[in-house]
Write a protein that binds this ligand. Structure first.
Ligand code: NAP
Ligand code: GDD
Length: 321
């Protein structure tokens, strides 16, 4: 039985990845942070299932990481933990950098000392590309990084230190450069979830307006379930390497909002207002990923397109509100 160790196991991707690996027959281990309301930690995934083991740990506490890795001796390590909200990274830049950059260094050190034979996956991000777009309108593995947020800057460090550890210490350490991916489990302060949840509340008479920031940025939105399958392929490639994971399609926040409201037979223009508190000090205006390298290396293609993703999220929020 293969063993996986996942940081961020209670997050959107960590929860789907755990379920996927359990289905494949893995023994799954993961860390959660202490929370004053413990019930909040298992809102996305039931931790009381066979072959799933959860421990208290933190990327900022190297002793907890090293102790667990020594004991578990995993075959695969997935570092998914992060302060993952880009706008909030402007509010708490130092914390974001400590967790997303130095926290990555901590787990790489623990990995190198405790179980260097394991394979390591780093959750890198399209936010690292920032303002940089190739002349054909795509971002890919060779596109230079020009990050536009403390979050993006910290993720560039994490990407580079992962590559550096791979080459310097001959470790099987890889980066997945994932474009935006969503699901019913997406935190409700990310734009897709926020729009769907509030549109459904408006439809049900529970709310009257939706306040947003910049509606003219473009994102390449996929489904988290498709992307965790890609993580597993990338970490298990015979040669450690870095891969972009994206759908290749891009939509503006305005188009996404218009689609969600129209599915509920509403006109978004009657309900959406701009609130400057949701604008960012520097915006990343456009993302569209080219995942040709991933597709030509593995048998991967997304099962969800943008519309199937948004429809699933609408059905989810219609069901629970
Ligand atoms: P998420 O839902 O915000 O999950 C992040 C998880 O990390 C949460 O469980 C969080 O725990 C945990 N965490 C935060 N700080 C930690 C710390 N110091 N020590 C241990 N755990 C900590 O994010 P996601 O969407 O699943 O994303 C997973 C990873 O992929 C992140 O690294 C993110 O930056 C990256 N990524 C995401 C996307 C995307 O579009 N979703 C795209 C590219 C890259 P709490 O619940 O206690 O906060
Ligand atoms: N969150 C949010 N809230 N975003 C808004 C709002 C709002 O009210 N109004 C407009 N937006 C715009 C943002 O300015 C941004 O251009 C776009 O919607 C997407 O914002 P988010 O959903 O917060 O995602 P993100 O692109 O900033 O970051 C996500 O994707 C990255 C990969 O590119 C996160 O999941 C990151 O962790 C991930 O690395």
């Amino acid at each position: 039985m293969k063993k996986a160790f996942i940081t961020g196991i209670g997050g959107q991707d960590g929860s789907y990845l755990s379920e996927y690996l359990l289905e494949l027959g893995y023994e799954v281990h993961g860390i959660i942070r202490r929370n004053s309301i413990p019930e909040h930690q298992s809102t996305r995934i039931d931790f009381n299932v066979k072959n799933l083991n959860v421990y208290y740990g933190d990327l900022l506490d190297i002793s907890s990481l090293e102790k667990l890795l020594k004991k578990i001796q995993p075959d695969e390590i997935y570092n998914l933990a992060a302060q993952s909200h880009v706008r909030i990274s402007f509010d708490i830049p130092q914390f974001t950098t400590q967790v997303n950059a130095l926290g990555t260094m901590n787990i790489l050190e623990a990995y190198r000392n405790a179980c260097p034979e394991a394979k390591y996956y780093q959750a890198s991000s399209s936010e690292m590309f920032g303002l940089s777009v190739d002349s054909d309108g795509f971002q890919r593995e060779t596109t230079r990084f020009m990050p536009t947020s403390p979050y993006g800057c910290a993720k560039v460090f994490a990407f580079n230190i992962t590559r550096n550890y791979r080459l310097a210490y001959n470790l099987h350490a890889v980066n997945g450069i994932l474009f935006n991916h969503e699901s019913p489990r997406r935190g409700s302060n990310f734009v897709t979830s926020k729009v769907v949840k509030e549109a459904v509340r408006i439809k049900k008479g529970l709310s009257k307006i939706l306040e947003l920031g910049n509606m003219d940025s473009f994102r390449d939105w996929g489904h988290s379930k498709d992307y965790v399958r890609a993580m597993h392929l990338i970490i298990n490639h015979s040669v450690p390497d870095d891969f972009v994971v994206a759908t290749g399609q891009t939509h503006s926040v305005r188009e996404m909002t218009e689609y969600v409201f129209s599915k509920l037979n509403l006109d978004y223009k009657d309900f959406v207002v701009q609130n400057p508190i949701y604008l960012r000090p520097e915006e990343l205006p456009y993302l569209r990923g080219d995942s040709s390298k991933l597709k030509s290396t593995f048998d991967w293609k997304p099962q969800y397109d943008f519309y199937a993703l948004m429809n699933e999220m609408i059905d989810f929020w219609m069901g629970i509100l």
